[in-house]
Write a new protein. Sequence first.
Length: 351
Amino acid sequence: MADYYRSKNVKVILGGVHTTLVPEEASQHADSIVIGECEEVLPQLVDDLKNGDLKKAYKAGSLADLSQIPLPKFEIINHKKYLCHSIQTSRGCSLDCEFCPTRQVFGGTFRVKPIKNVIAEIKKVLEIEKKFIFFTDDIFGAGKKDYILELLPQLKKLKIDYMLISDYQVLDKEIVLALARNRCRKLCINMLGTCLKEEVKAIRAIQSLGIDVWGYFGFGFKFQTKDVFRRVLDFIEESRLTHASFAIMAPYPNTPMAQRLEKDKRIFSKDWTLYDQSHVVFKPDLMDVEDLQKGFEWVWGEKKGMTKIPSYYFKQKGGFAIAIRMFFVSIAIRIEKLLGFIGIKTKKRSK
Ligand code: B12
Ligand code: SF4
């Protein structure tokens, strides 16, 4: 696409995760690239563009200070086309997954946006349209409990329904209860296909507090054998997940996973169009390439119905429905002991 536009004399500037991972390659298809976060360098880039002095590459001297990022111009988005508003509260992550490509973009640190800025952003999108909020953080709060516990009650005051992505490694009883008390409606949990009994119990406990749980399953981990697909299906049934999504792990360039597999000469394709998490591009540890590809396709086929997300999933609930739900939550909170299962340490994601 970049080559096409350049052939029509349109200036092409590339940025984002892929460009940051392989800047030399991206550079061959662009007039200029931005490596890493763009906030610090964007004003200079625009000036240079105006003055006909565009540099080949821009890279910020430091990670962005999230307290200085301006309020986004949400009004220029065509909101009718989206089921929910996307809001970001943090950048980076406190975990250390071998396959993760975002470390290079956001550094190895976890940074949060000041709560007053998050609230200002939410108020602004609500002025446009009152609808469901999706927190697009890698891992909401990443275990920064004081931040989470201060933010959540403020979300409740705004009367919004919201969903977020998290991981067993950073969830604990206190956080889950706070989510339930403060109108979190959906919790997407990264799943390694370990399918432990403790995970089923944790999911059922969260559901009993009125939070709908979605599972994001990854395939191709070191410890997985070809029976993982059947086990994941049984796990979904047992834990009564309402929605699941499946991905084949991809060794994105320059990640620790890619370096390890590269060393063992196990990556057999560098065709980036296959790095969509639906194709196997490396030789897995405990199964054949074909087992992984076929197993992944089989799981999607079996769970076709539940992988579609109906738009009513995101409808903001009315006052009466919320009152009823909070009544049940207050009862459910008495069964707090169930939540002892949260915080389970699953096998390290890189294994
Ligand atoms: C939220 C999210 C989603 C949401 C998006 C919802 C929404 N409404 O936005 C959903 C769940 C839909 C999703 C789906 C998928 N996602 Co996703 N997602 C993310 C997540 C967690 C946050 C994205 C985000 O908002 N980042 C915040 C912004 C500020 O960061 P940024 O985009 O990198 O932009 C900064 C810089 O990179 C740069 N920049 C970015 N673009 C550009 C462009 C220019 C011109 C310039 C100058 C600068 C620049 O400046 C920005 C500000 O500093 C990221 C992880 C992450 N932390 O980025 C994964 C991530 C982007 N997703 C990923 C993947 C693989 C997918 C899926 C393919 C998964 C799947 N198998 O289905 C799909 C693809 C969907 C699609 N059609 O593209 C991978 C991508 C890996 C890669 N090498 O590209 C990531 C990195 C997750 C991971 N840890 O592996 N995703
Ligand atoms: S949970 Fe893992 S994959 Fe996700 S951002 Fe953190 S380190 Fe990366």
